[in-house]
Design a binder for this molecule. Structure first.
Ligand SMILES: Cc1cc2nc3c(=O)[nH]c(=O)nc-3n(C[C@H](O)[C@H](O)[C@H](O)COP(=O)(O)OP(=O)(O)OC[C@H]3O[C@@H](n4cnc5c(N)ncnc54)[C@H](O)[C@@H]3O)c2cc1C
Length: 483
């Protein structure tokens, strides 16, 4: 078959690799000059930064693509497991290292928080149990097909309903299990992995820590951009044709069947069309006059981010690849986000790859990807919000690290929700498509196929199973399975 894919995000490339490996002829249209979508990089002043995602989990989904393609991964893509998942810092001087090794992490919380290690073990077991009860249904299958609901996996999950925490919030589950406020805050943070609010998101989302502690946090050699490069190379090896700098203007539909795409005045005809473009804009821009799934498109968006890419002259041995400086009032931080603004005491995330990839910063310097949660773009006065946030972030880091940070900044690039929307056509700059604050959110996400237009499929973070690299890769797998 001839298949056309709109967008060379990780999901579009994953679908392309799978379909080309089955012998289909695949063409990917990408609006940008480079593939990768949100997974891009910034190089400035001798520093290199991964522009979007910084945390790499579930590497098995990348490995699987090489297996499917029958290509040896080692020469193209390498990655290593991080011994430290994340370093945590609080305003009261509290510090905690989340070790990948559970026994070491247990010891850490016993020594620093005086909490029995068994508490942590229980939380991780609870997360693992939820993952094995529901992961295959919610992540690996379409929720919009009858065969999913008639499968043995659903029967297995039904038996587990009492322990899935479907009718409570993530925060309540964490309070019940973890006891210590700092541990509760640490585990509440996992709601942000899909842009949600832990005080509203369903308890089932306590499944997320298993991604990090069960499967590990990893760093690709050369940084996150290596994922983009590897998928692009693999797809090209399988004969996928990439048309870069080629924005699609319309999906051609005849007799309720997708028959191709239009770029400018030029039509390209295909047997199947897959959109990796944000589903909102796929309907609004590429399918004029077609029926829209209004309820799906009205879903609340996930949060966005404000990022300062700082080249820092100096070295901070207390920082690892992932570092969090917590807000003193986490609940208020999320409430203010929902009002569309940014709290004066935001939780600050710093990612620095130069610790493991020295070529990412000049000698004696570090590349700080400094990010806070931000609301999706609602036309706020971003210049004002950014200026205030910058002051508050610098003050917080200076207080906690005990060093005046601003004079150390050698170069600065800023990305805000407007920029995220402009660069990748993500509706309102949301990082993860729709929010998961509602218990039913998983069911309201757009399906991986169109119910009204045959031959039209959807992959990527704005559709099922959701945002984040692992889920986006899985959406490509689901679409491949359907085709
Ligand atoms: C700042 C930030 C931090 C993040 N952190 C993490 C993290 O740590 N870990 C993690 O797993 N995930 C993270 N994410 C989320 C992750 O990046 C995304 O979920 C994932 O990359 C989405 O991939 P995608 O395939 O859906 O599409 P996208 O990356 O959105 O790509 C879509 C592509 O389609 C192209 N396109 C759009 N319209 C057209 C058109 N009309 N014609 C042709 N091409 C078009 C765009 O140019 C783009 O290249 C983060 C995201 C951001 C922005």
């Amino acid at each position: 078959m001839e298949i056309g894919i709109i967008g060379a995000g990780v999901a579009g490339m994953a679908a392309a690799i799978r379909l080309a490996s089955r012998g289909h002829s695949v063409t990917v249209f990408e609006a940008d000059a480079l593939p990768g979508g949100k997974l891009s990089e910034i190089a400035t002043g001798g520093y290199r930064f991964d522009a979007g995602p910084s945390l790499f989990t579930m590497p098995q989904y990348i490995e699987e693509l090489f297996e499917v393609a029958g290509v040896d991964m080692a020469p193209i893509f390498q990655y290593e497991k991080l011994p430290v998942v994340c370093n945590y810092f609080w305003e009261d001087g509290g510090r905690l290292t989340a070790w990948a090794d559970t026994a070491r992490f247990m010891l850490e919380i016993e020594q620093k928080l005086h909490v029995p290690g068994s508490v942590l073990k229980k939380a991780l077991f609870d997360s693992k149990r939820k993952y094995f009860a529901t992961g295959r249904i919610f992540l690996e299958k379409s929720l919009h097909r009858l065969d999913t609901w008639l499968s043995a996996d659903v029967a297995k999950a039904l038996v587990q309903i009492p322990v899935l925490d479907l009718f409570t919030t993530m925060n309540r589950v964490n309070e019940r299990i973890l006891q210590h406020p700092k541990l509760v805050q640490l585990f509440n943070r996992y709601a942000t992995y899909n842009g949600s609010n832990p005080y509203k998101a369903p308890g089932l989302l306590t499944i997320i820590p298993h991604f990090e502690y069960g499967f590990g946090a990893w760093l690709p050699k050369g940084g996150m951009i290596s994922i983009t490069k590897a998928l692009y190379e693999l797809a090209s090896l399988k004969g996928v044709e990439f048309r870069l700098n080629t924005p699609v203007d319309e999906i051609l539909v005849q007799d309720r069947r997708a028959v191709g795409v239009r770029v400018g005045e030029k039509p390209f005809y295909f047997d199947r069309v897959i959109s990796n473009m944000d589903v909102f804009f796929t309907y609004k821009k590429l399918l004029p006059g077609q029926k829209e799934p209004k309820r799906v498109l009205r879903q609340q968006k996930s949060s966005s981010a404000l990022i300062f890419y700082w080249g820092i002259r100096g070295s901070f041995p207390e920082l690892d690849v992932h570092n969090i400086f917590f807000s003193d009032d986490y609940r208020t931080e999320f409430e203010i986000l929902e009002y569309g603004s940014i709290f004066s005491d935001p939780t600050v995330y710093i990612n620095l790859t130069s610790r493991y990839c020295p070529e990412d910063a000049p000698e004696g310097c570090e590349n700080w990807f400094t990010m806070i949660n931000a609301p999706f773009n609602n036309g706020q006065d971003w210049d004002d919000l950014i200026a205030k946030a910058r002051v508050n972030i610098l003050a917080k880091l200076t207080r906690i690290l005990g060093t005046d940070i601003e004079p150390l900044i050698e170069c600065e690039t800023i990305l805000d929700p407007r920029g995220i929307e402009q660069r990748t056509f993500s509706h309102l700059g949301a990082l993860y498509g729709t929010s998961s604050n509602d218990r039913m959110a998983a069911f309201f996400r757009h399906a991986n196929f169109s119910k009204d237009i045959s031959g039209l499929y959807f992959c990527g973070g704005s559709v099922h199973p959701g945002g984040g690299i692992p889920l986006a890769l899985l959406s490509g797998k689901i679409v491949d399975g359907m085709i």
